[in-house]
Each structure stands twice: as C-alpha cells, then as structure tokens.
Design a protein around this ligand. Structure first.
Ligand code: SAM
Length: 256
C-alpha cells in the first residue's frame, strides 16, 4: 500500500486527470511523508473507490498528482453494521467514531436518549465538522475506501421506526439477564440472511453513560429489537460500543 492515502472530492477524480492537492494533503506529502515527484499515493473518493495516483509536481507552490484508474476498495466490509449510539460527552463519542470506522461499521447514528447529552456544544455544527474529520482520517489510516455515514442526531423512537424490515436490531442492556449479543448474532446468521438490502444487516443500540431508560428498552422491544448483554461486567458506553461492533463484524466474518 503506498504511504499516502487521502480522501479527496470525488467529483475531481477521473482517470488521467491532474489535480492539485489541498494545503493539508500537500503538507502531508511534502513535509511529513517527504514524497517526491514520481512517487505513488492513493486517492480515495470516500464512497468505495481507490484511485492510484502518481505525484507529478511537489513544491512549496503546490502538489499535483496524476490520477490512475479507479479500483474498488479491497478492505471495505460487505456486512452492513450500523451503530446507534446514545450521545456521549466530549471525546468519548469521538473514540467510538474512530474505532468503529477502523473495525468496519457502515454508519453511525447519534441517539438522543433520556439519560444522555441533550444538545448544546455537543451537537453543534462545529462538532459535526470535527466528527466528519475523524471519520475521514480513520478511513485513510485503516485502508478503507468508504467514509462511514454520519446521520443527524435522532430520537430513539424515530430511529426504531426507520429500521428496514429484516434488520437484526439489538439493544444492549447491562442489567437485564437476557440473550448474549453473540448468541443473537449467531442465531440470526443461522436462521436467515433475510435483511433487506435497503437497510443495515445489524443495528446495534448502545446507551449513553447513564444507560437506557426502562421505557426506552420497552419501546425498542415493541419495535422488534432483542435486548442483549455483553456479560456480567458493566462496561463504559464507549467500551460497549467498540466490543459490540467487533463482535458483530467478527460473526459476519469481517475480522480475522
Ligand atoms: N447503569 C447504567 C445501566 O444500567 O444501563 C450503565 C450504563 S453503561 C455505562 C452504558 C451503556 O453501555 C449501556 O446503556 C449499554 O448499552 C452498554 N453496556 C455496558 N455494559 C454492558 C453489558 N455488560 N451488557 C450490555 N450492555 C452494556
């Protein structure tokens, strides 16, 4: 894999085109990776395509690359696993975005919950720009070619209504003895591959720091979600999200 992998504006990419990298990427190429004209790098369109490219000019005045032919990203997971995450404070949600991207989640839906962060700076436009940047950098770093989707923050009830038929929806609850997440995932894999192609195969609902309210768990169950456990120890919300993502992708054969 060439040293540099950069997500760029998809509309600029065409075989044979020469494009100038933006100042951040130019700095990476010139001053961090210390690449020179003739060196290879990979441009990513962020929607699944990798475009091999060759540096044609590297200088203080700008960095220009010649674009090769599009290839499908080889590291992109086939399984569509989506994380519905109760909003967390500060850097915790950012850790979930970064690690979830590396693991192979298809999308993130920030959930507005009774016991979670309700608004203000945590959900402002500046935060979304920062979150998108974290997704892009994690995509570049881990070898994926598609930047996971980031939905608008959404109430639990609306998220449940929006689930496509056939999606395995699981709500993670530490204090209810129930099915293990692994068992629910294996059961569905053995029983059917019936998820609608229009929606996620697995929807993981993980609570905020304060957990889901009883009424929220009841609502999710009514909507067909299975309540599941990750075992007897209570994990921090961000740990639970990462473990659940890893399990779901492992059972679908996307890890290891
Ligand atoms: N006292 C809260 C409760 O009982 O829900 C603890 C919340 S926990 C810190 C945050 C979230 O992580 C939970 O809402 C749940 O989704 C998930 N979680 C943590 N440990 C878990 C476990 N052992 N099994 C299932 N989910 C867990």
């Amino acid at each position: 894999m060439p040293a540099g992998r950069f997500v760029v504006e998809a509309s600029a990419l065409a075989e044979g085109a020469e494009i100038e990298l933006d100042s951040d990427h130019a700095h990476q190429v010139r001053d961090v990776l210390r690449l020179a004209a003739g060196d290879a790098l990979t441009l990513l369109d962020g929607v699944g395509g990798e475009w091999p490219a060759t540096l044609s000019r590297v200088g203080r005045a700008g960095v220009v690359v010649r674009v090769g032919a599009r290839q499908a990203g080889a590291a992109e997971p086939r399984a569509q696993v989506v994380l519905y995450q109760g909003m967390l404070k500060g850097a915790k949600f950012e850790v979930v975005l970064q690690k979830g991207t590396e693991l192979g989640l298809a999308a993130f839906v920030p959930l507005l919950c009774e016991h979670g962060v309700a608004g203000g700076d945590e959900l402002g436009a500046a935060k979304r720009v920062r979150w998108r940047r974290i997704l892009v950098e994690a995509t570049e770093q881990c070898g994926r070619a598609r930047v996971p989707e980031l939905a608008e923050p959404c109430a639990l009830a609306r998220a449940l209504v929006g689930l496509a038929p056939g999606t395995l929806a699981v709500i993670l609850c530490p204090d209810e003895p129930g099915t293990s997440l692994r068992a629910a995932l294996l059961d569905r894999r053995a029983g059917s591959e019936g998820a609608s192609r229009a929606g996620p195969e697995v929807a993981l609902f993980v609570g905020p720091e304060g957990g889901f309210a009883h009424a929220e768990v009841a609502l999710a169950r009514q909507a067909g979600a299975v309540s599941v456990t990750l075992g007897p120890r209570i994990l921090r919300a961000e740990t639970a999200a990462i473990v659940a993502a890893a399990l779901a992708l492992e059972v679908r054969g996307e890890l290891g």
